[in-house]
Design a protein around this ligand. Structure first.
Ligand code: UT7
Length: 332
């Protein structure tokens, strides 16, 4: 008997951001910087920041996942697996995913956290699709959430200007049409480059660098220029590979949903690959870089505006800490 091969549909999408805004003008009061410098280098005007300790990765993940469940209109106890991509979980045990699953009524779904930094949401899509396609699982909730504000030393102007907090969630489920779901996926990592972006907990993990030496343990250290130099060609390379491998042209992609790392990084990919700019979604101006949260947040923006229709092809792309990178070409 041949193995079943199903398709995968997105049956519900949701997102959540905190109410509090941290604007460039607020940052101008905290250290030497300017709205003009930040907008020119990143495209960011404001970001959302959680009100600690009542808000955080757990609360935002629950909110986004609950919205995806409501959008899908399903009984959450029928979810088989919940994957929570994050680097900012308040607890390492239990996983954030376990608590989120319980909070939304998805017991006894399997649940775990996936750590791939900014690539986490796309990594999770890549993990979930074959699990459903093979017939092993019927319903999988994917959540990407990071509250980077909890991991930032706000005296470090190199990172405080960039990051914000957000969560995005999508409920994936079995579809009888095998042409729905992932048409192509790829994900890789190069751990030798971890000192570009890391959160050390112990002194002996710290890599000496004058730019980050004064940052306290437990807070993010980033050599932004190095990440930037890596991200620009990598983004171009993985989008190009996805198009070549599938025989698709950029014009056949309905939406490019990129991790919102920095508007300049995305714009350089648009220029180098001559992508149709009106289909490359950007909301970084209002939310900053929300690490694992950003791809799901962008998807929900498009979803709520009814811009994503059945049959559309969406290219999800991310590059981030690890260093990691991932792409998924998805037929909705
Ligand atoms: O999400 C995945 C992981 N992260 C990323 O994708 C981030 C990728 N990197 C970036 O987005 C950029 O590197 C940043 C936006 C973080 C920084 O921009 P940059 O053009 O790479 O700046 P830089 O770090 O090379 O610094 C250039 C200059 C330096 O001054 P000198 O040494 O040239 O005098 C910095 O001290 O800009 C200075 N600088 C600032 N000036 C005003 C650094 N941060 C600021 C600031 N305001 N906030």
């Amino acid at each position: 008997m041949s193995k079943p091969s199903y398709g995968v549909q997105m049956s519900g999408v949701g997102s959540a951001v905190p109410d509090a805004r941290l604007t460039n003008q607020d940052l101008e009061k905290m250290f030497e910087t300017s709205d003009e410098w930040i907008v020119t280098r990143t495209g960011i005007r404001e970001r959302r920041i959680v009100d600690q300790p009542t808000e955080g990765t757990y609360t935002l993940s629950v909110e986004a996942a609950q919205r995806a469940v409501d959008d899908a209109g399903i009984d959450p106890s029928t979810i088989d697996l919940l994957i929570n991509a994050t680097v900012s979980a308040e607890m390492t045990c239990p996983s954030n995913g376990c608590r989120v699953a319980a909070a939304i009524g998805a017991v006894p779904a399997a649940a775990f956290d996936l750590v791939a930094a900014c690539s986490g949401f796309v990594y999770s899509l890549n993990v979930a699709d074959p699990l459903i396609r093979s017939g092993l699982y019927k319903r999988i909730m994917v959540i990407g959430c990071d509250c980077m504000s909890t991991l930032i030393d706000y005296e470090d102007r190199g990172v405080s200007i960039l990051f914000g907090d957000a969560a995005g969630a999508v409920l994936l489920e079995r579809d009888e049409d095998p042409k729905r779901g992932s048409l192509y996926q790829s994900m890789q990592a190069d751990g030798s480059q971890w000192p570009c972006l890391y959160i050390p907990r112990r002194e002996n993990e710290v890599c000496a660098n004058p730019a980050t030496d004064n940052i306290e343990l437990g807070k993010l250290r980033m050599i932004g220029r190095e990440v930037y130099k890596f991200a620009v060609p990598k983004l171009v390379e993985i989008i190009d590979a996805a198009l070549k491998e599938t025989g698709m042209t950029a014009d056949q992609i309905d939406h490019f949903v990129c991790h919102q790392s920095n508007a300049r990084i995305i714009e350089s990919a648009i220029a180098k690959l001559e992508l149709p700019a009106d289909r490359v979604h950007m909301n970084i101006e209002y939310y900053g870089n929300s690490s694992a949260g950003s791809v799901g947040l962008c998807l929900d923006d498009l979803w709520r505006a009814s811009k994503v229709k059945k049959g559309d092809v969406v290219l999800f792309i991310a590059v981030g800490g690890g260093l990691t990178w991932a792409v998924n070409m998805w037929r909705v």
